[in-house]
Design a binder for this molecule. Structure first.
Ligand code: TXA
Ligand code: MG
Length: 324
């Protein structure tokens, strides 16, 4: 894999992780693998690095970042845990769950990364490279998904380079992300509520809480959204998407799920055997590949809404939304 001068691409071995930690400590921007999607990391305490991160992504600075930490103890230094948050962290960390919690007074995360909120998003990722990088760096690493703002999240180092080559310092290549959609975001600021469906199914969270999650009411457009990244057109490929369709029209590509119809055009299947976990893992790479095929539109077969289907349908709806 080649990159323009300025972005080093390293296989994520021990030396590379040490180099990446050094780069973060100097205010650099390092893309690294997590089990959900690749993140673009910066030192959580370095406002200048975070400003560069927003610029590299083309991300509006009102959109706050997730602080990635090595364990619950580190998360408690940043955020205030209530009983629900403790239970969820115990059950699901490390893993594809982000908790939005009241921030500690001296949380050490730069104001710019918090976008002026009194809450902070924290997560312990379940990826050996991500955990080794955080440990080697020795502090929280803020990381949005490593894509240009508005693009589909990257699940491989190649995707990261496609969006950010020349704009960031380093990419740690740790292979494909296994979960494939972003973490589920739950706010524990009172009654636990679901801010973003993601790689951990709602049902699993509700089982631990012993009650249903409240749904965050996220209006499409407002100045300070509950999860500001949840704007309707946030995950847009170039091609138009036509959802819940069994048969593509002439000139369309097909994104299939389960048994697919006979189709002569470009087709990729999220999961021929109809498995939602496999489908989530393939979602963004298949969207990117069909987009790159040059089709003006992508017909998408319907995907069930249970389990990880909630997150898959959420991302598909955003990818299909009119562009803002
Ligand atoms: O799986 C993931 O979560 C990946 C990997 C890299 O960890 N990260 C990720 O980050 O998806 P990002 O920045 O693309 O999405 C984080 C979402 C955004 O929608 C942001 O608005 C929301 O989290 N968020 C962050 N802090 C928040 C807060 N204090 N309150 C509400 N939403 C928050
Ligand atoms: Mg993102």
């Amino acid at each position: 894999m080649t990159a323009e001068p300025g972005t080093r691409v390293l296989q994520a071995d021990r030396d590379a992780i040490a180099a990446a930690a050094g780069c973060l400590a100097q205010g650099g921007l390092v893309a690294f693998p997590t089990e959900t999607v690749y993140g673009l990391g910066a030192d959580a305490g370095n406002g200048a690095a975070i400003a560069r991160l927003y610029a590299a992504k083309g991300r509006p600075a009102f959109n706050p970042l997730i602080a990635h930490v090595a364990d619950v103890a580190a998360a408690r230094r940043i955020a205030v845990f209530d009983a629900s948050a403790e239970a969820l962290a115990k059950a699901f960390w490390p893993g594809p769950l982000t908790l939005v919690l009241p921030k500690q007074p001296d949380c050490g995360v730069a104001d710019l990364a918090l976008a002026g909120l009194d809450s902070v998003a924290v997560r312990v990722p379940a990826h050996p490279v991500a955990l080794a990088l955080i440990a080697a760096f020795g502090g929280p690493v803020v990381a949005p998904s490593a894509n240009r703002s508005g693009h589909v999240s990257p699940t491989s180092a190649a995707h990261v380079l496609g969006d950010l080559r020349g704009r960031i310092d380093m990419v740690l290549d740790g292979g494909a992300s296994t979960v494939g959609v972003e973490s589920t975001i739950v706010a524990c600021l009172g009654q636990p509520s679901l801010l973003r469906p993601g790689g951990l199914a709602r049902e699993d969270i509700e089982r631990v809480l012993g009650r249903p999650l409240a749904d965050a009411d996220v209006p499409e457009e407002r100045d300070a959204p509950v999860a500001p990244g949840m704007l309707a057109s946030h995950y847009a490929p170039k091609a138009r998407l036509r959802l819940d369709t069994a048969m593509p029209r002439a000139g369309e590509a097909l994104l299939a799920f389960g048994p697919a119809p006979e189709f002569a055009g470009t087709m990729l299947n999220l999961s021929p055997r109809g498995d939602l976990i496999e489908a989530a893992a393939n979602l963004f790479s298949h969207l990117r590949a069909l987009d790159a095929s040059g089709a003006a539109a992508i017909a998408v077969m319907s995907v069930p809404h249970d389990g990880l289907g909630e997150a898959i349908n959420d991302r598909l709806a955003r990818a299909a939304a009119p562009r803002t």
